[in-house]
Design a protein around this ligand. Structure first.
Ligand code: FUL
Length: 432
């Protein structure tokens, strides 16, 4: 197990477990972009069963620089690419199977999409993560767990060796209910080759799924937990002892994970609401922006991303940070002058673990402005109305809890988040 644990599991609040420096850095990054692309893109499918011919993978104008442009425009600090989805098609010329870009007409079978993206990310200072589906519907080895473990480890070794530093490895539990993989050897391989990479939700996990594919966390967002939902189709893994596992909220900009003709991006208010319910509650957000059949991000999607980024700048681009001091068991925030604002942002000090489990924000005259549970890496409160005050008082419950920063924001006139009308159908396994 890669995260720290304590000998006597008790309530996570009694003995908070601490983040590793890599976990904390990942939490500070906050925002990532997911790229789902593969044979499904060309077949109009969300899942496929490993029988689609590799020849259909043929993006006409693939441009990973444009993908990174879009991720940068959004303000993302990392991207995650589906190097292999459940269908088994590999976006790099692996030696483990012919079911890969090497058997496609794209770049005359000489292409390496993982390599192109890794190179663009390296040049642009964007962190890279890779998704390698454990469930593989093409590999004949899948029938034999021991055989398949070797095959999967060989694939992971290629990805962890040939593409520079990886910041995240995404292990998707879909399709794997009841199946055991050799997590011990997988963990050892990651420790050997990519010790700084965050591991999503399976085996030696260092980060966890939030429990839905709507991109929505709910207060409280606890970083120490002893259970993670393995996937959204059936079972739950109980690691047995509490671990520090901060959540990542994954959601697609469009309806599906893969680009499909006729689908559209979510509305601006919906995307802002997702931001506030993930980033704003102290979780990470991994927003899927799928490349189309040209191998480019749809212009309408790219435009929506720029709108979101502009709205976030309008809301949070001119923060005012207060000076903190602790007195009478509360944090007093001196804003220096009387200010008008409608958002309050709190940042908890996490080096010694997440300790705040509830809090209350009051204006200088004692008016209650907001109530909440956890604070974590960042907690945003949108106030019901703008307020004018020169100071705040923040009461926090949680042994040893400390704030690192308090900022106020005036978002007057900026677009407003709204989940109403959002299409939030429960996720079901796509027809395969
Ligand atoms: C799910 C998968 O089945 C979807 O296709 C997608 O990759 C999503 C991120 O995770 O479990």
């Amino acid at each position: 197990m890669r995260s720290e644990s304590h000998p006597e599991p008790s309530s996570p609040w009694d003995r908070p477990l601490v983040p590793t420096p890599a976990q904390l850095a990942w939490q500070k990054d906050g925002l990532g972009v997911f790229f789902h692309v593969g044979v499904n893109t060309f077949a109009g499918r969300e899942w496929s069963d490993g029988t689609l011919p590799p020849q259909i993978f043929d993006p006409s104008d693939l441009d990973v620089e444009q993908w990174v442009d879009v991720a940068e425009d959004l303000g993302a600090r990392y991207v995650v690419l589906t190097a292999k989805h459940h269908d088994g098609f590999c976006l790099w010329p692996t030696a483990t199977t012919d079911y890969s870009v090497a058997s496609s007409p794209w770049r005359d079978g000489q292409g390496d999409l993982v390599g192109e993206l890794a190179e663009a990310c390296r040049r642009r200072g964007m962190k890279l993560g890779l998704y390698l589906s454990p469930w593989d519907r093409n590999a004949p080895q899948y029938e034999d767990p021991a055989d398949y473990d070797e095959f999967y480890l060989a694939q992971l070794r290629e990805l962890c060796t040939d593409y520079g530093q990886l910041h995240e490895l995404w292990f998707d539990g879909a399709g794997s209910a009841g199946r055991e993989y050799d997590w011990e050897r997988i963990g050892a391989l990651i420790d050997e080759l990519q010790p700084g990479a965050m591991v999503f939700n399976m085996g030696p996990a260092t980060i966890r799924w939030v429990g839905n594919e709507d991109g929505l966390a709910s207060d409280p967002v606890r970083y120490v937990t002893d259970s993670t939902d393995l996937n959204n189709y059936d079972d739950v893994i109980e690691p047995g002892e509490p671990r520090y596992l901060p959540p990542e909220c994954d959601v697609s900009l469009r309806q599906g994970w893969f680009w499909q003709p006729g689908e559209e991006s979510k509305t601006l208010p919906h995307l802002l609401a997702i931001h506030d319910r993930s980033i704003g509650l102290g979780a990470n957000l991994l927003l899927n922006i799928p490349p189309d059949r040209r191998g480019r991000i749809d212009e309408a999607d790219a435009a929506r991303v720029r709108e979101v980024a502009q709205a976030l700048r309008d809301r949070f681009g001119s923060p005012h940070e207060g000076v903190l001091h602790v007195e009478d068991g509360a944090v007093h925030v001196d804003l220096g002058e009387e200010l008008e604002f409608d958002h309050v942002e709190l940042v908890e000090r996490l080096e010694e673990g997440q300790r705040a489990h509830s809090h209350r924000i009051l204006a200088q005259d004692g008016t209650e402005l907001a109530l909440g549970g956890t604070i974590g890496i960042r907690r945003l409160h949108r106030l019901p109305a703008a307020v004018r005050t020169a100071g705040l008082r923040i009461e926090i419950a949680g042994e040893g809890a400390r704030l690192e920063a308090v900022r106020v924001h005036d978002a007057t006139g900026a677009p407003v988040p709204d989940l109403a009308g959002a299409d939030r159908a429960p996720t079901v396994a796509p027809e395969s």
